[in-house]
Design a protein around this ligand. Structure first.
Ligand SMILES: [Ca+2]
Ligand SMILES: [Ca+2]
Length: 566
């Protein structure tokens, strides 16, 4: 209390003097008025520091004798080394950057009795209006202040790494001299090998992707006495506010992080396999650049054959169906210094989160796993047989495709005549009634690259769970009708029911149907009986007049002694 009261009295006296316009009393020490003190003051001037400041030099009557502003550059000088007049050496101590002081210096601490040339007369009191812009010391090192560090930090910048970062570059007083943000592109460089100013080569080490730090460096680790020739003045300390976006080393290969490995995993992907997978692609800082999910379709490709970027070719190997893996790919194994499109910048490290839907090899055949067989597994199915089976079809990831159980009836086909996809034909062969199998059908034996619109995706591997329910033996290859016993020698007469020496379609149809019903003949199972009989009739009716004559019948018989049908 007492001290502040004393201060108030002194101030009152000073004001009185000024108010009375009394003649200046010779000062015996400097007087310092702090006309502006910034809120933030991390560092103050000490003896031995180097400072940059602007000033106006005036006599007490306000007449200006010198100004750094008029010269257009700051005054740069060591403090406390007698490079300044004594009063100024004292007056600058304790000042912080952006502080402004009005300094009054008596002649004894300025130019004394002699004055200075034509500029300063003898015994002049000098006033300096000083604005401090920069402080550093030859003992300074790079100062690093991290103000954001991500939780996950597996890797930090080492010497010879290549990094991409954004920065704002300011002088110590806050003047912005450069910003990568305004250029809308990262600064991309090697670290620690002299591509950068020394202070940045040091200040960026140890950073992790996503980290934000402020790097402050003295001019001898920056642009020194010459500045950068444009926005960075001579002897300026520099402050870089940096965020690291990307980091790799040219010696890096891909990095693989397994996220989900199915167990069991009966088969792993190899060079030459064709894979369907989903992925999310991001940059190292998490910025997404592409996703198969957004297109709602898998990415389908051969692997290990150069159809995808080198890092992906490698990252897709040794995967199981259903596996989830993160693959981190350095730019030299991705899109290099150029990048691609608008989403992937040059020299970017790419992160792919992969989910394998299925894969197969073009040399794959159908995989048949017979997981149930009746004790008596005989006869087994063969080409031409009419088979009835149930199935449940899914994709490799379990996605439901279709099932006969939904309709409650079997699927019925003649084997070997192309009524189902080739893989299914193969999978249903040599199977007995009651047998159950799992069939894995690669797309080239299934629905191919096109798939089935809305049901089976292109190039999909299919899984069929099948059960043979019933089977009817087919006729020998090429036959649509056979006799079970001897053929009657009087076929024509037997057919010609009204004895007009012509066999008409109705007579023919009735006759064949009767043979089949009485078990004397057999039609190929699984086909339309009427169509077969119509074809048989047309075969005999050589002149196609709708009637078979005795001659036509004979001729046909002579021509083909081992004929197919009659
Ligand atoms: Ca007749
Ligand atoms: Ca005829």
């Amino acid at each position: 209390m007492r001290q502040s009261l004393l201060g108030m009295i002194c101030l009152a006296l000073l004001i009185t003097f000024v108010a009375c316009n009394a003649p200046p009393v010779p000062l015996d020490d400097i007087v310092v008025e702090k006309t502006f003190v910034p809120e933030q003051c991390d560092r103050v001037v000490k003896s031995g520091d180097f400072v940059r400041y602007h000033y106006n030099g005036m006599f007490p009557d306000g007449k200006k004798f010198d100004s750094s502003y008029d010269r257009g550059s700051t005054y740069n000088v060591y403090v406390g080394k007698r490079q300044l007049i004594e009063g100024m050496d004292k007056a600058l101590l304790g000042m912080c950057v952006n502080e402004r002081r009005l300094i009054k210096i008596p002649p004894a601490l300025a130019y004394g009795k002699d004055g200075y040339g034509d500029i300063i007369p003898p015994d002049a009191i000098l006033h300096f209006d000083v604005l401090l812009l920069d402080i550093w010391n030859p003992e300074d090192t790079v100062q690093i202040r991290t103000y954001h560090r991500p939780e996950k930090c597996d890797r930090t910048v080492q010497v010879s790494d290549f990094i991409r970062y954004h920065y704002n570059g300011t002088l110590l007083d806050g003047t912005l001299f450069d910003s990568s943000h305004t250029r809308m592109r990262t600064y991309d460089t090697y670290v620690g090998i002299g591509w950068l100013i020394a202070g940045m080569d040091q200040g960026l080490l140890g950073m992790c992707v996503g980290e934000k730090r402020i790097i402050t460096l003295p001019p001898f680790l920056g642009y020194g006495e010459n500045g950068d020739g444009s926005d960075i003045p001579s002897q300026a300390s520099l402050v870089f506010d940096v965020v690291l976006l990307d980091l790799h080393n040219p010696k890096d290969s891909i990095t693989v992080e397994e996220q989900l490995v199915p167990d069991p995993c009966p088969r792993k992907s190899q060079v030459g396999d064709f894979m369907r997978y989903h992925y999310n692609g991001t940059l190292l800082d998490g910025t997404p650049f592409d996703s198969s999910y957004s297109r709602n379709r898998t990415y389908d490709t051969y692997i290990g054959k150069g159809y995808v970027i080198a890092g992906m070719d490698e990252g897709l190997l040794s995967l199981c169906v259903g596996q989830r893996r993160r693959v981190i790919i350095p730019p030299h194994l991705a899109y290099g210094e150029e990048g691609t499109g608008t989403e992937i910048p040059g020299s970017a490290v790419l992160v792919f989160d992969i989910h394998v839907i299925d894969f197969h090899n073009p040399s794959d055949t159908v995989q048949i796993n017979s997981y149930f067989k009746p004790d008596n597994c005989n006869p087994v199915s063969k080409k031409g047989d009419f088979v009835k089976y149930h199935y449940n079809a899914t994709l490799m990831d379990g996605t439901h495709i279709g099932s006969t159980h939904t309709y409650g009836k079997t699927y019925d086909i003649v084997l070997g005549v192309g009524q189902v996809v080739p893989g299914m034909e193969m999978g249903l062969k040599d199977m007995c009634v009651g047998e159950k199998r799992t069939l894995i059908i690669p797309p080239h034996l299934g629905y191919g690259e096109r798939g089935v619109d809305g049901e089976v995706p292109g190039s999909a591997v299919l899984v069929f769970d099948v059960e043979m329910v019933d089977m009817e033996e087919g006729l020998p290859e090429g036959y649509m009708f056979i006799w079970n016993g001897e053929v009657s020698p009087n076929l024509f007469n037997e057919m010609d029911k009204n004895k007009d020496n012509l066999v008409e379609p109705s007579e023919f149809t009735d006759y064949i149907a009767r043979q089949v019903n009485e078990g004397k003949g057999r039609l190929a199972p699984g086909f339309d009986a009427h169509r077969i009989i119509e074809n048989m009739f047309s075969n005999q009716d050589r002149n196609s007049d709708g009637k078979i004559t005795r001659d036509e019948f004979k001729l046909k018989a002579d021509e083909t002694p081992s004929h197919d049908e009659l």
